[in-house]
Ligand binder design. Structure first.
Ligand SMILES: Nc1ncnc2c1ncn2[C@@H]1O[C@H](COP(=O)(O)OP(=O)(O)OP(=O)(O)O)[C@@H](O)[C@H]1O
Ligand SMILES: CC(C)(CO)[C@@H](O)C(=O)NCCC(=O)O
Ligand SMILES: [K+]
Length: 262
């Protein structure tokens, strides 16, 4: 037990729709949880949601906490939670973290922490030039070279966000469950929507991958990684995706912490 107490880390990724948490022991994620992002929840409420995740470890066994957030209001709530309920050291990952990434962007301080985690996770896990596509609230497409050069990002409305915007504005359309489309052109409203929403997103991604590769013909082997909650659904529709990695963001935060803690 003592051995574990040295290496138990809580990693928290605060996104606009979901907060994901992982417990890492011996460099492995052993537990995972997802909470709805709501600034109306208090630190005490979030802590009560965390308890089931922590039940086999006593709170005192968690000796480091790693957090990245793209929602400042929720960051404040979680920092309060950590202060109140944990004695662990808290590490925030952002563009100022000394990770050895060189950011080819106008102002790195604007880059979302999740994008930094994705880039760093890809570098550490795949040791290659990488395109990382994250299907979250936004769909993000990034390119980072093997040498750690962060070349930039495309930020598009996420699949669900764009579908919801359409349902809201079109009187005859209503919510459908997002499942793999069965046809290219629908002969009913549901199939037509599924093709437009899901195939449409997949075509955008395939084309982006091809365009990025065309612009970086100097790169020998570009590994394309897909992540985010609906990655499994979209993966079969995007031929140029090499890998689905659902934990790359949390792993990226964890690996970033391991790099900077000393
Ligand atoms: N294991 C899961 N449990 C619950 N929901 C899931 C799961 N896998 C996928 N989803 C669905 O996929 C969506 C996308 O998940 P993901 O965490 O990647 O992005 P998000 O949380 O929506 O966006 P953000 O990271 O911007 O908060 C979720 O909102 C959820 O509806
Ligand atoms: C793009 C999102 C919303 C994806 O979660 C997030 O990374 C974010 O708010 N980023 C800030 C803008 C930027 O990264 O350039
Ligand atoms: K997320």
């Amino acid at each position: 037990m003592e051995k574990y107490s040295e290496t138990t880390t809580l990693v928290v990724d605060i996104g606009n729709t979901n907060i994901t948490c992982g417990i890492y022991q011996q460099d492995e994620m052993v537990r995972f949880a997802r909470f709805y992002s709501s600034a109306h929840r208090t630190a005490d409420e979030y802590f009560s949601l965390l308890i089931p995740l922590l039940n086999t470890e006593s709170l005192n066994n968690i000796n480091s906490i790693v957090i990245g957030s793209v929602v400042p209001e929720l960051m404040r709530i979680w920092m309060h939670l950590f202060q109140k309920y944990f004695s662990a050291e808290v590490w925030e990952i952002n563009a100022l973290s000394p990770l050895g990434i060189s950011y080819k962007v106008d102002d790195p301080s604007f880059i979302g922490a999740d994008l930094i985690a994705n880039a760093f996770g890809a570098l550490k896990k795949y040791d290659s030039d990488c395109i990382i596509i994250d299907l979250g609230t936004a769909t993000t497409i990034q390119f980072i070279t093997k040498e750690g050069s962060f070349e930039g990002t495309a930020i598009a409305p996420g699949l669900k966000v764009s579908a919801d915007a359409l349902f809201e504005r079109a009187a005859l359309l209503s919510q459908i469950e997002i499942v793999p489309p069965s046809v290219l052109l629908g002969t009913n409203t549901r199939d037509a929507l599924l093709s437009g929403i899901v195939n449409g997103h997949a075509y955008m991604l395939e084309c982006y991958i091809q365009q990025i590769k065309t612009h970086h013909t100097d790169c020998q082997k570009i590994v394309t990684i897909l992540t985010g909650g609906i990655a499994d659904l979209v993966y079969p529709l995007v031929p140029s995706v090499d890998i689905v990695d659902k934990t790359i963001t949390l792993d990226g935060f964890y690996l970033a912490y391991k790099t900077i803690r000393h």
